[in-house]
Design a protein around this ligand. Structure first.
Ligand code: S3P
Length: 419
């Protein structure tokens, strides 16, 4: 059995959230193609509809009727952000200056994820936002006039950076966010493409108050690199595989996983690269490869944060030691992904050990397969699903449906590629 063929992947999840939110501030109808079909992006779409934004699906192309500088109506109900950290965090920034009252809620997992990292800096801009339970959802936001902020982020987070920049669009003056390391820059690229006044200098981004609406755009969302990563890992691990992945987003702030697996010995070719609206897109060709262990250092983490569960899996099949450090942020994702991967791969016989800020792995070891505890986390489920392609017993999941968060149909698409 090998992975052979060609695939297209769902649209990038991070870009899809942003495309919906930013086009709501547009000066007319924006047409968005290849939006991510997962539950998280639907959560953002419904949240915007509940705020009065008209969004229609016309034969798979999403039409967003932008409402200009002040497009939001008072919602009738609380904004349920479901499992989606990006919805909650970016929406707090997007709405902070609008004259509405919004209660933010979320599911069991999101209600345990820190929100103070967003609402503290936004409070410093003058926003009226408070949590009833320390730093967690539910949050209450009452929009009011904001002033600009010069903020140094304590860690590299694209969600927090984006939330502050979005609040900055409606704050008097120029708002600057300085990051200790590069994080994904989709917000900066899209705001620039839509005509916002935004300057980027290295790890510093400055946005000016909007004086007129953003320009409506027509945008085709690139394939999700984080979805591609599962198929890259599958093709690397399953012998005799050769897989082409078409139209994948290869924004340089997203592809540290690609560089890491190349360093591990992975045979990957990047071809047909183009850039549109600031986002690079390319085709990837991946062939099965013999892998070596790797050291992943703190400064690389933000650019492969969502792919670290896969690094753990790949490391179990690589010759020698793999060490990941500076990745404590993984503990506050949809699940504690360090603990989740260490326990699942450990149960399958891997030599993987937890550290406070990462893990280390001694490879290669055969994987037994069998039960997987997903912790209801899509990336844990999909990573172990790839592990199941090379394990003795097939993987058996407690909640396989959790992959619907970012990639509905993931297991069927994977199966279809196996000959
Ligand atoms: C995201 C940023 C990352 C990432 C998440 C999506 C985004 O989170 O893990 O899946 O769309 O901005 P942090 O900014 O919290 O690191």
């Amino acid at each position: 059995m090998a992975l052979v063929g060609e695939i297209f992947l769902p649209g990038d999840k991070s870009i899809s959230h942003r495309a919906l939110m930013f086009t709501a501030l547009g000066d007319g109808i924006s047409r968005l193609e290849n939006l991510n079909p997962g539950a998280d992006v639907k959560t953002t779409l419904q949240a915007l509809q509940n705020l009065g934004i008209k969004i229609e699906d016309k034969h798979g192309v999403i039409h967003v009727q932008g409402g200009g500088l002040n497009p939001f109506n008072q919602p009738e109900h609380a904004m349920n952000c479901g499992n989606s950290g990006t919805t909650a965090r970016l929406m707090i920034g997007l709405l902070a200056a609008h004259p509405i009252h919004v209660q933010f809620t979320g599911d069991h997992s999101l209600s345990k994820r820190p929100m103070d990292r967003v609402f503290r800096p936004i409070q410093q801009m003058g926003a009226n936002v408070s949590a009833t339970n320390r730093k967690f959802l539910p949050l209450m936001l009452s929009g009011r006039e904001l002033w600009a902020l010069d903020y140094r982020l304590p860690y590299a987070s694209a969600q927090v950076k984006s939330a502050i920049l979005l609040a900055g669009l409606h704050a008097k003056g120029e708002t600057t966010v300085k990051s200790p390391a590069f994080s994904r820059d989709h917000t900066e690229q899209m705001l620039k493409a839509m005509g916002a006044k935004i300057k980027v200098k290295g790890r510093e981004a400055t946005v000016s108050q909007l004086k007129k609406p953003l320009k409506a755009i027509d945008f085709k969302v690139p394939g999700d690199f984080s979805a591609a990563a599962f198929f890259i890992a599958a093709a690397l691990l399953v012998p005799d595989s050769e897989l082409i992945i078409r139209d994948v987003g290869v924004n340089p702030t997203r592809i540290a996983f690609l560089h890491a697996v190349e360093e591990m010995g992975g045979d990957i070719t990047v071809a047909n690269k183009t850039v549109k609206n600031g986002e690079a897109i390319a085709d990837l060709r991946v062939c099965s490869s013999k892998l070596q262990g790797i050291h992943i250092y703190p400064e690389m983490i933000a650019n492969l944060i969502d792919e670290l569960p896969l690094i753990a899996l790949l490391a179990t099949q690589a010759e020698g030691e793999t060490v990941v450090s500076g990745a404590e942020e993984l503990r506050v994702k949809e699940s504690d992904r360090i603990a989740a991967m260490v326990s699942n791969l450990g149960n399958w016989g891997a030599k993987i050990f937890e550290r406070p800020d990462g893990f280390h792995v001694e490879g290669p070891t055969p994987l037994k397969g069998g039960d997987v505890q997903t912790f209801d986390d899509h990336r844990v489920a999909m990573s172990m699903g790839i592990g199941g392609l090379i394990s003795k017993l097939p993987a058996r999941f407690d909640n396989p449906e959790c992959v619907d968060i970012s990639h509905p149909g993931f297991f069927d698409e994977l199966r279809a590629l196996m000959d």
